[in-house]
Design a protein around this ligand. Structure first.
Ligand code: UDP
Length: 473
């Protein structure tokens, strides 16, 4: 398996690897760069080297970060991730030749490795870490491209239509889709093509969460005319398992133990989410005004720790938070710095609501814990996920921003109070619990996701098996 760097990619990849290992396969996870390169993510949650819970059939291989190819425009971070992956192909080629695996499972950011696999004669699958609806959008991107002569970013709120998917206002599409001249956009068009040429796409979702999108992709309605849709394996939700409980963050779990059931709203914004110092103060004001219990992960603002230090280390809470905030809220709130054991927190009975950046892993972790969400997207495909979550799955409500993207204390107070204390909030919780039951059923014996996993394992164990014989299994 070859994931892109970052916790949001590594965590579900390793969890999926553990699933495959539990079904008798051996997995090597190839990682580019250092295992704990991202300072905001502790090595424990990245599983590190030789994690005690890993079986001998799960190992890690590190390849060095290559130099960034010349000519990359500044600021196109997504484009850089694609380019760095391509630049790693020679290292990967050597490794694949030496190990000769039965199959290569790729994160889409590493799609250019499909060329290496083809050269060596290894089947390529994609492990798609977003939801099925976002896979549908990506498969459909060449069609959307052909329908529009202008940048998608110029279409404003005009809805973009994809079979099986809730219409998505163009400005909510992933930022990398908005400028057709960007390096990242060209890569995404190429990803779309490679997905169709692969041996299969494994998605971390289940049909019960996204029936329309799943059926539309499986029926070949999303890929451009003339391209084949590869077999679809919806094997999720795969979330961090309980055996890999984090050693860090015991303090906040102990604090949750002292709180009433379903009373705490948890605020956490992915492995990379950061706010301006001004927005952090406003969030504090909103939480205080709401009077609700809260557990809040606060990070240093982008570009500094609140005290003029440009390298964001641990946040200086006394500088970032309003005067006296921690003291005034100490009986009902806890602020943790930089990182919390999110899956364990969400699964704790005291947590009754989640303010999330809408990263797909975070959404799945909340669904698996039956915790209703407020969506506050920040980067990557999160605005699209928010639309899918709110309009499509109806498992969340949006936090509204102003024109400049700023969210006021009043809006935070209003939405948090609604989520934790209104009939609407209770209905949302009921819907989320129903989604949780559907997802658990999908994973259980005889469920859709389990069946898809068994089919996939069969295929990976016998790579020569034909499509027809798999269908008969
Ligand atoms: N995470 C965590 N603690 C934190 C922040 C994030 O454990 O303080 C985990 C979270 O549980 C999830 C992953 O990091 O498994 C983030 O993935 P997601 O797809 O939600 O967002 P990304 O970080 O990719 O934007």
């Amino acid at each position: 398996m070859y994931p892109a760097p970052g916790a949001g990619h590594l965590i579900p990849t390793v969890e999926f690897a553990r699933l495959l290992v539990s079904h008798g396969l051996a997995v090597i996870v190839v990682q580019r760069g250092l295992p704990a390169g991202n300072a905001t993510v502790p090595a424990s949650s990245l599983y590190g080297n030789g994690d005690a819970s890993a079986s001998p059939f799960l190992s890690f291989h590190y390849i060095p970060e290559p130099p960034l190819p010349h000519g990359m425009p500044e600021g196109d971070h997504v484009g850089k991730v694609f380019e760095l992956s391509r630049a790693s192909n020679p290292e990967l080629r050597d490794f694949l030749r030496a190990t000769a695996p039965a199959a290569l499972l790729l994160d889409f950011f590493c799609y250019s490795a499909a060329d290496v696999a083809a050269e060596i004669g290894i089947p390529t699958y994609f492990f798609f870490l977003g939801c099925t609806a976002s896979l549908a959008v990506l498969l459909h991107l060449p069609v959307i491209h052909g329908q529009n002569a202008v940048n998608l970013g110029d279409l404003g709120g005009e809805p973009v239509k994809v079979p099986g998917v809730t219409p998505i206002p163009a400005h909510d599409l992933p930022a990398a889709f908005l400028d057709r001249s960007s390096v990242s956009y060209k890569h995404f068009l190429a990803v779309s093509q490679q997905l169709c040429q692969s041996h299969g796409v494994i998605v971390n979702s289940c049909r019960s969460l996204e029936p329309r999108a799943t059926d539309a992709v499986a029926a070949g309605l999303c890929a451009p005319p003339g391209r084949t849709t590869p077999p679809l394996f919806c094997i999720g939700p795969v979330v961090k398992s309980e055996e890999v409980a984090e050693k860090q963050g015991e303090e906040c779990l102990a604090w949750l133990d002292t709180q009433p059931e379903a009373s705490v709203v948890f605020l956490c914004f992915g492995s990379m989410g950061r706010f301006s110092a001004e927005q952090i103060k406003e969030m504090a004001a909103g939480l205080e005004m709401s009077g609700q219990r809260f557990l809040w992960v606060v990070r240093s603002p982008a570009g500094g720790n609140g005290n003029g230090n440009e390298h964001p280390g641990e946040p200086e809470l006394d500088v970032l938070l309003p005067d006296g905030f921690l003291d005034r809220t100490k009986d009902r709130g806890l602020v943790v710095m930089s990182w919390a054991p999110q899956r364990e927190v969400l699964a704790h009975g005291s947590v009754g609501g989640f303010v999330t950046h809408c990263g797909w892993n975070s959404v799945l972790e909340a669904v698996m814990a039956g915790v209703p969400m407020l969506g506050w997207p920040l980067y990557a495909e999160q605005r699209m996920n928010k639309v899918l979550l709110v309009e499509g799955m109806q498992l969340g409500v949006a936090v509204e921003r102003g024109e400049d993207g700023f969210v006021t204390a009043e809006e935070i107070e209003r939405k948090v109070t609604w989520l934790m204390g209104s009939d609407g909030g209770r209905e949302l919780r009921e819907r989320t619990l129903a989604a949780m039951r559907g997802a658990r059923e999908a994973l259980s014996d005889g469920g859709d996701s389990r069946a898809a996993l068994l089919q996939l394992v069969q295929r990976l164990s016998a790579p020569d098996v034909t499509e027809e014989s798999v269908c008969q299994l």
